[in-house]
Ligand binder design. Structure first.
Ligand SMILES: [Zn+2]
Length: 206
C-alpha cells in the first residue's frame, strides 16, 4: 500500500496491528477519524490510555474490575459455593447475559495450548486451586469451549483437584464442538449451564 503521508502510514500501521483488522480496514478507520472533530480522537486515545494505566483485575476471580473485588464477587446475593471456570472475560459477559447463573466465576486468562506456547503456569490455575482449598467452593463448572485445548485445560485442573472435596461439572454440550462461548446464543448457553453434567461422565462420553 502506497501512502502519500508518513503520518497516515504510521496511524494505519498501528491500527492494523489490532486483531481482525487488515490494512484496508485500518485505512478506512483512520480516514474516518480524520474527518471527525479533534475531540473524538482525543476521547478515544484518553479512554485507551486510561484503560491501560488504571485497569484492575479482581483479586479473587481475575475479572476486569474498577475495584479490588469485582461487582460479581462483592455481591452478597451471589452463591459463593458455585464457581464457573471460563477462559476470558468475554465468557463472563456472555454467561451474565443469560441471567441463568447466580454463582461466581474464575477467569483463567486463556487455555493450555502447547502449540501457542501457553502452559498451565501462564494461566490463573494456582489461584483457582487455592480458592477450592479454602473450602467455600462446593462445585466447579467447567465452561471452556469444547476444543482440544479446552478439554486439556479442564482435565489438567481436574487432576490438580484430586483428593479435594469438590464436585466438578461441565456445561451441557448444547455448545457444539469448536464453538466459542461468546458466539452461543443466550438461550442455548443459559440452558447448557442449567443442564450441566458431572465432569467424569463427560470424559467417558469423549
Ligand atoms: Zn471477581
Amino acid at each position: 500500500m502506497e501512502f502519500s503521508s508518513k503520518l497516515l502510514e504510521n496511524a494505519v500501521y498501528e491500527i492494523s496491528q489490532l486483531p481482525g483488522i487488515g490494512k484496508r480496514t485500518a485505512l478506512r478507520l483512520v480516514l474516518h477519524l480524520l474527518k471527525q472533530p479533534e475531540e473524538r480522537t482525543q476521547h478515544l486515545s484518553n479512554a485507551l490510555m486510561k484503560l491501560k494505566s488504571e485497569v484492575n483485575f479482581c483479586k479473587s476471580c481475575h475479572n476486569i474490575s474498577d475495584t479490588e473485588l469485582c461487582e460479581i464477587c462483592a455481591n452478597p446475593k451471589r452463591d459463593e459455593s458455585l464457581v464457573c471456570v471460563v477462559e476470558d472475560i468475554r465468557d463472563v459477559m456472555a454467561i451474565e447475559n443469560t441471567s441463568q447463573y447466580n454463582g461466581l466465576y474464575h477467569v483463567l486468562g486463556g487455555k493450555i495450548s502447547p502449540m501457542e506456547g501457553v502452559g498451565p503456569q501462564d494461566l490463573n490455575i494456582t489461584s483457582l486451586v487455592d480458592r477450592v482449598r479454602e473450602g467455600t467452593v462446593k462445585e466447579l463448572i467447567f465452561a471452556l469451549s469444547s476444543t482440544m485445548e479446552g478439554d486439556t485445560t479442564n482435565f489438567y485442573i481436574y487432576r490438580q483437584l484430586e483428593g479435594m472435596e469438590i464436585t466438578t461439572s461441565t456445561i451441557a454440550r448444547g455448545i457444539s464442538v469448536g464453538d466459542e462461548l461468546e458466539y452461543a446464543d443466550e438461550v442455548t448457553l443459559g440452558r447448557s449451564i442449567l443442564n450441566r453434567v458431572p465432569f467424569e461422565s463427560s470424559m467417558k462420553a469423549n
